[in-house]
Design a protein around this ligand. Sequence first.
Ligand SMILES: C[S@@+](CC[C@H](N)C(=O)[O-])C[C@H]1O[C@@H](n2cnc3c(N)ncnc32)[C@H](O)[C@@H]1O
Length: 932
Amino acid sequence: MNAVEIEEAISELAERPFNADVFPYAFLEAFGNKETTLKRLRSGASNKSDLGGVLQTNNIHIAVCPAGEVAKTLAALKASPATTRGKARFVLATDGITFEAEDLQLDDPPVVCDYADFPDHFGFFLPLSGITTVKQVRESSFDIRATSRLNRLYVELLKDNPDWGTAKRRPDMNHFMARLIFCFFAEDTDIFFGDSLFTATIEQMSAKDSSNTHAVIGEIFRAMNAKVTDRGIAKLPRWAEGFPYVNGGLFSGRTDVPRFSRIARSYLLHIGNLDWKKINPDIFGSMIQAVADDDERGALGMHYTSVPNILKVLNPLFLDELRTQLEEVGDNARMLLNLRKRMSKIRVFDPACGSGNFLVIAYKEMRAIEAEINRRRDEADQRSEIPLTNFRGIELRDFPAEIARLALIIAEYQCDVTYRGQKEALRDFLPLDAQNWITCGNALRLDWLSICPPTGTGVKHHADDLFHTPLNQAQIDFENEGGETYICGNPPYRGSQWQTEEQKSDLHSIFDGRTKSWKSLDYVAGWFMKAADYGTKTISAAALVSTNSICQGRQVDTLWSLIFSTGHEISFAHSSFKWANLASHNAGVTVVIVGISNQPSKSRLLFSEANDASTTVKAVDNINAYLVPGPNVIVKQCSRPLNALQEMSFGNMPNDGGHLLLDVTEAAVAVRDHAVPENFVRPFFGSQEFIRGIERRCIWVGDNEYQAANENIWLRDRFDAVRAQRSASDRATTNALAATPYRFGEVRQLGIESSIVVPKVTSEGRPYLPVGVLSPHSIVSDNAFALYDAPLWNMALIASRLHLVWIATVCGKLETRYRYSNTLGWNTFPVPPLTEKNKADLTRCAEDILLAREGHFPATIADLYDPDTMPDNLRAAHERNDEVLERIYIGRRFKNDTERLEKLFELYTKMTAAIAPAKAGAAKKKKAEALA
Ligand SMILES: C[S@@+](CC[C@H](N)C(=O)[O-])C[C@H]1O[C@@H](n2cnc3c(N)ncnc32)[C@H](O)[C@@H]1O
């Protein structure tokens, strides 16, 4: 269950008549306990309470008591030996009138409230449900409650008005919700005159049977669209006259309202009774947008982006620099004024803005800086010079786009109240500004220069925009001559295999003519390219959140060569970290943040997050496309090792229609019952066989053994089947193989004594790449790579942390798994010259790893390298291997992976620089010889 669902469940519980017998179980159920768990508690099997209550071990001790004895019962629960024995974190007592609870682990104040109000404290109990982001949830508890209530209303209204759920009318429905949200906010913040004007008017004027609720709301909306001067013509009912003129596009046009059932009406009144002053426009917007999205509704906004994560983008992009400038100018009034002027021209542009959370946070942070300037200049109630219209966005879906604008309007009002006072805030608030600055459309098809033009000469929007303003809308005069633009956001990532045809075509429209490999790019790459293009025409910088795949593997060459060719460099970056959200048991997606600029400062900041979520920051001269400090190198595929290591090949490809491959039973039967000579049957290893210990066999017959093998009828049948299959192929090369049906299609292992096997893909959870040595007899399939007859110290290289980070960075991933490549990863792996002593030491390390594994026979590689259960002695053997290898590189252990990569890229740059002149020399010599 996510936080919204829990809030809904406990609110429903509090609304039901109190039942002492049922309450403890219903409470636990609301926090996601399954029926089987509750059954065991009810039967007493797992209930360890010594006070006649319900004690769920490791969680909570609940007791229901007679009226007036709540405090006494809570004290008894705290003192109870069973509470201690059962390691209960919470104690809870209630008589159905009052409610008290305490968290015995934290110092938080206890909850003491009326029974009916306990849902207000749902955040307090969230650890019961396995939600780890409790702090965030508590801070957003109003937004969660409001989302959950609006969701109930939305679903109920669609039930009663199915036509409003159709594609045609959905925008009307969403627009209606945006209007409601505005009204709830306005009535609680004195924007509407009087207390709860909107909710109270509906309650009084609409019939209890809900038959005219829609008409009453329609009249109120009509009032908000009627200027004071037009009020006479509008002929409003007297009770609607009290509503001010709001319009701002939000209340223009049709005032249609869906019909309300009794339930919907009561939901509406309920929502009105929430305290909307507490709304966080950044958080609420992200949550509420899920309500209108049938696919997202299940998660109900729990995928929203936290404020600290948004600041990871905005602070280094431009906010930190503004704050530094503020610090530097001190109390110098003229310089403070200059800074304020500069800020008034800054545009923040999020071209995938959703409900505007990046824009809202940027706005709020800038207002805080401006308020400090005004304070130092003694102009505290000065009207803000930061125009809301400087916070531009593009959003594909209509509801989030509406909410984005509303969220900004609310943020502006809240900032005005905070920095200038309620009176000033109210004076300037209504009517709302009718200008549009959030465009609803496809950001990859729109001309960003038209949405966010670099100068004051406005350019028309080239798309449908918000609140249905026609395309030929009046141009907005953007007073922005010489202003800076900062592009930010977290656009959709979408790996190439998950893109829709339309999304592919979006990328095609951007990358066609620039690169042939655009099909392998993630969708987010389109935003980076457009930001770089935009930067060539404007004073701007950009920072976007992205999946780390655009900075790994093959995408690096495709995308970053193009970005760098526009004159942009990486101005700051956050290396991979988890982008957590509020979903319960949420692991989050691994992302990076990349800032680009064509005027980057000399020193670039590289942020990296440690396992304990602490962030370190390093100032470096350059950040390359792999987000590693160092020159802008791009690692390219190489057909031969650059590092003087032995060549790594594919295994052997059967091309046999499966007739040369056997499972172990088949192989045993063939030997036992069909007299197949054992030496023709070999163990066969691909990636899965090696990692999971799956036993397979193959028929392996040399050219000089064919005649003997063919005398065995069972084998001959197999050879016939292979011949038939190869002959039937429509490829001439396969047809030719029909002449040697006893042999694999591609044989790479003739006369080989031993093989070091490396799987092609491996789970990213494993702390090391799986690599091993096969017995001389074994055959490697083409589903794995192999080093044939290679000295064992090669295995030590592959099993190292250094090699893993290199492979993860330069080879990239297949979905979430590491993808090994000989040409991209092995042939390019920088290795310093190894002495005989180094090789002997590494050989010993590899032997130790193999010995440690053997001690756990028959555990498979998958078992042994499970990060949670990896045996200590195997881990120690790998640690020793890393120690020995890393000392060869730098004389000590590396501090972290960033340092490892930094060194590897430094060596790679030297290695390729040394090879380039040699190659050029050889080419020159060849040319001279040809001419001679
Ligand atoms: C990952 S969300 C980020 C939104 C917001 N910043 C947040 O944290 O909730 C990406 C947003 O991009 C929008 N989007 C997807 N494709 C788009 C496109 N081609 N043009 C504009 N917006 C798009 C989605 O509708 C979604 O709201």
